[in-house]
Design a binder for this molecule. Structure first.
Ligand code: CDP
Ligand code: MG
Length: 698
């Protein structure tokens, strides 16, 4: 491999080489670290003393392995410094010479942003300069960027324009053990790219021991034997960073809890009243639960003894803005105990110092796809034993801790060891579309770490065919299929957007696409509570359903909210979310313009006829998500017949509509809820679904 051009780079790399000669004695392959210390002469100057992190003493060995092997697997406990330090080590060692990038992928947006903020701070640069991040609809990088954090989904998307990812000298796939579907697809792609770019360095970081499996995946090259033979050494190595951890006492409930949300709150107060100092981390499944718990803790804290240590509850989930997420890292003020109420994010992706107590609900929201109904939802599922162990471990990072499991020891014994990877339980349509767009026509033969079940493949192909993205030979259609792959929204929304000009409602659909891509709520709760949101929502309500209501909110924001300071406050509208919608809309619009689709914004007036066109257009994209109302007010999914309920946050909750299409599905308890619902006509389903329903044997 060529040495980087800059003098500084060369110098550092040569020093690393010298150290490596010694290191070589350990032999290639699996190197057990922790037994020796090569000193810390290369540690970058940091704002905080990172020298205490377990990774510090592995600096030289890490750089040596990365230089020597195309693939390095780093196994280490959460908090050892993998995510924040490795990219900085690499940058300092010259891996960014010649304008190359070190890319670090994360399965979660929250992790990509918070970690970038932290590394920029340590590096001593403004965010977006040398250190930046890029997530869907938000690119905080510049020409100066050397270390780039991004979601793995976004890196796959980058491959559409730069198939060999040639801007990157090193790609670190972080949290690979989580086995998100994007991580799995990315690993397959990197394996392909590696054959064409032997100089590319791939680092896979994992919190638990799946290392051998990753290494094996990259070592096997069935259709490329030559490469194996010409390589006298192995193609990869595993390095294990032994960090220090403290014992964690695990406590179980004697009897199952009736309501783990309520139990979580009471456990927080039990800890606060009877345990020693130390912050608390609570694992719940999603935003609604977390907001409820944060509020409940805040309300009940009022009753604490005057002068007693106070409680500071803080939420942590993906829908929060970056600033809101950063609060959890701040040290609490004097005489205050921090309580972080989080989704699975805090299990491994994000490390928060000072946690001594963990409360584990025992549940997590996981993606689940039912090939019979074609419905993908987030479903509350019991955690795996591996997750439970990981969660407990969050308590023992700085001193001995305690983990309160809100389930019985017997229930624990029945938990699965690990959860199946996401690729085996997801809607594959977006990924198949992307693989096809990357020129991988035979998606069945793509090298998957774990191949997805064939029925999921078939289902995805069927949908893509009905959407017009694939032809009868399963080839990507042009321009439609190619454009659908390029648009940064899921295939059904992509089809809706690309159909909008023929329904003469492109401006409206752009807005709807932006508003449904937000990921967080457009409403904010103020002192008036949930009721007030309800009445605000009613002000903007459109008879036809949620999508047109979203359109009304956006229009009002554009005409009034941006200028009048009180408008958003008075209407419980989330100013930040709407500002983001404006930006997303602009980005989607420029995609369309690049495709040569002109967007005429002058025809704003939303007449009666417009609403009709919008609903028809939505049907052209969302026909696979159609449902019919039952006499009892619930809905039945047209395909597969699952019983669905309008979510209380939907305008269609408790309203009548015979046929509807919906955007999103979520499961809570034993009920399946749908959100973002719009009334349609049955005839449209047949008109706009390219035979999707006729071809199904009934
Ligand atoms: O990736 P890994 O879990 O090995 O650790 P990391 O994310 O690199 O974090 C290393 C240390 O940096 C943590 O133990 C925290 O002390 C600190 N950190 C922080 O204070 N704030 C952040 N936003 C990220 C990390
Ligand atoms: Mg990490």
């Amino acid at each position: 491999m060529k040495l980087p051009a800059t003098e500084e780079g060369q110098l550092l790399r040569r020093q690393v080489r010298a150290a490596s000669t010694w290191n070589n004695l350990a032999g290639p392959g699996v190197v057990a670290m922790g037994d020796f210390d090569l000193g810390s002469s290369f540690i970058p100057a940091l704002h905080k003393p990172a020298a205490l992190l377990p990774i510090t003493k592995h600096h030289d060995s890490l750089l040596y392995l990365i230089e020597k092997y195309p693939v390095t697997i780093v196994v280490g406990q959460t908090g050892s410094g993998k995510t924040t330090q490795i990219p900085q080590f690499l940058e300092h060692a010259g891996w960014c010479a010649g304008g190359k990038l070190v890319g670090v992928t994360q399965p979660r947006r929250v992790a990509a942003t918070t970690v970038a903020v932290r590394v920029a701070e340590e590096y001593g640069c403004e965010l977006g300069k040398e250190v930046g991040y890029s997530i869907r609809f938000e690119d905080v990088t510049s020409a100066a960027t050397r270390i780039k954090f991004l979601t793995d989904g976004l890196l796959i998307r980058e491959a559409l324009v730069d198939p060999l990812l040639s801007r990157y000298s090193v790609i670190m796939v972080d949290e690979a053990h989580e086995r998100s579907i994007s991580t799995d697809i990315l690993l397959g792609l990197l394996k392909k790219i590696r054959r064409r770019r032997p100089e590319l360095r791939i680092i896979i970081s994992s919190a638990t021991l799946q290392a051998e499996e990753f290494l094996k995946f990259f070592s096997e090259t069935p259709d490329d034997k030559e490469l194996v033979e010409s390589n006298d050494n192995q193609s990869g190595a595993i390095i294990s960073l032994k960090g220090r951890t403290y014992p964690v006492d695990v406590l179980y409930l004697e009897y199952p809890a009736e309501d783990y949300v309520e139990k979580a709150v009471s456990t927080v107060f039990d800890i606060h009243n009877s345990e020693q100092a130390g912050d608390i981390l609570v694992f719940l499944t999603g935003r609604e639960e977390i907001d409820a718990v944060v509020q409940s803790i805040a309300e009940r804290s009022v009753d604490l003894q005057p002068g007693a240590q106070s409680l500071l509850p803080l939420p942590l989930y993906a829908g929060l803005t970056t600033e809101q997420q950063m609060y959890v890292f701040d040290a609490p003020s004097e005489n205050t105990r921090k309580v972080i109420v989080s989704t699975n994010i805090a299990e491994a992706s994000v490390t928060i110092d000072g946690i001594v107590y963990v409360i584990d609900s025992g549940f997590v929201k996981l993606r689940a796809f039912d090939p019979k109904t074609g419905i993908e939802s987030l479903t509350v599922t019991p955690v795996s034993k591996a997750s439970a162990a990981q969660r407990a471990g969050r308590a023992g990072r700085t001193k001995p801790g305690k983990c309160f499991r809100l389930f019985t020891e017997d229930a624990y014994k029945h938990l699965p060891d690990i959860n199946p990877p996401e690729i085996q339980r997801s809607n594959l349509a977006p990924f198949i579309l992307q693989l096809k767009a990357l020129g991988i026509d035979n998606v069945v033969r793509f090298e998957y770490l774990t191949p997805p079940p064939s029925e999921l493949m078939v289902k995805a192909m069927e949908l893509l065919y009905a959407l017009g993205a694939l032809d009868e030979y399963s080839k990507l259609t042009r321009p439609l299929g190619m454009r659908m792959a390029e648009l940064a929204v899921e295939p059904m929304m992509a089809k809706t957007l690309l159909s909008a000009s023929s329904f003469d409602c492109i401006s409206e659909i752009l807005t709807i696409a932006a508003m449904t891509s937000l990921g967080g709520s457009i409403w904010v709760q103020q002192d008036g509570g949930k009721k007030q949101i309800e009445s605000s929502r009613r002000k903007f309500a459109a008879e036809e359903g949620d999508h047109l209501t979203l359109l009304n909110v956006y229009q009002a924001f554009i005409t009034k909210g941006k200028k009048e300071a009180r408008f958003c406050h008075d209407n419980n509208i989330n100013f930040k979310a709407l500002t983001r919608a404006v930006s997303i809309r602009g980005q989607l619009k420029s995609y369309l313009e690049r495709f040569g689709i002109s967007v005429d914004e002058s025809l704003k007036a939303s007449s009666e006829g417009k609403a009709d066109q919008v609903r028809r257009c939505l049907t052209a994209g969302y026909f696979a998500h159609a449902a019919r109302m039952q006499p009892d007010g619930s809905y039945r999914n047209v395909e597969g017949g699952t019983i669905l309920y309008a979510h209380p946050s939907s305008l269609m909750f408790n309203r009548k509509a015979e046929w509807v299409i919906f955007h999103e599905v979520m499961e809570t308890g034993n009920k399946t809820f749908i959100r973002d619902i719009t009334k349609i006509e049955k005839a449209w389903l047949l008109d706009y679904s390219s035979g999707f329903y006729q071809t199904k044997p009934r």
